[in-house]
Ligand binder design. Sequence first.
Ligand code: AKG
Ligand code: FE2
Length: 253
Amino acid sequence: MAKGKAKTTPAPQPPARTAAASTSTTTTPSWPPFKPPLPVADLELETVVKDKVVVLRSFFPRSLCRDYVSFLKTLPLTTTPGKPKRGMALRVNDRFQVEDPTFAHRLWTETGLKDALTQTDMSSLWGGELIGLNPNIRVYRYLKGHFFDAHYDDSNNVTVTTPPEEGGQSQQQQGKTTWTLLLYLTSSAEGCVGGETVFYPHDRRSAKEEIAVSPDTGMLLLHKHGDDCMLHEGREVLAGEKWILRTDLCIKR
Ligand SMILES: O=C(O)CCC(=O)C(=O)O
Ligand SMILES: [Fe+2]
């Protein structure tokens, strides 16, 4: 548990943490190209919760989200068993997970994300010097009735690999994840009802205090994790499908 969380955990069950990468696929997917060239809009950070949650709208255009969902459907997604391990959040969804440093690097450098997050000095916001994205890429599909129960996301130590320039060598840097990155690939525009990502600023599940972010096709959401992670959940999908891509921001360790 993160510092100071134990005393504020809601009864009867303490909010769980999420598992670090466990079952990763070894072959990397042939991710669709970023077409049209990205970014398609000025990537502006919109604050949802000061210093804790920001969103960037139209990170992916709708057409690209559609291409991605069509492609992701072909991946071997596995349904999470309903019964979590002790201390883990109950999560019911279909998921695919892969270690793919090349794709993580492309998402970081070929989408405008790196520029948007580093053009002004925001190192105090991110917790240090951003060096890239977690190579552990996760794809979640929530069907009707699927949800991700309230939990905190952990910070993890990872290696960030920069692919070789022509004839050169790849570069490896030791990093630490500090913010969760969620890219929503569907929303109500595609018939997804429910599935909001809900944050609870005071570490208790309270309808009065909740901050619910509705999926918005192509929107990127970033939230601080580790010791300062807010209790949050992926609310139940009531109709349609919620697709998200998950990775994390990494700072130099
Ligand atoms: O699906 C969501 O909205 C939340 C996902 C989440 O909390 C996670 O991946 O840790
Ligand atoms: Fe989470």
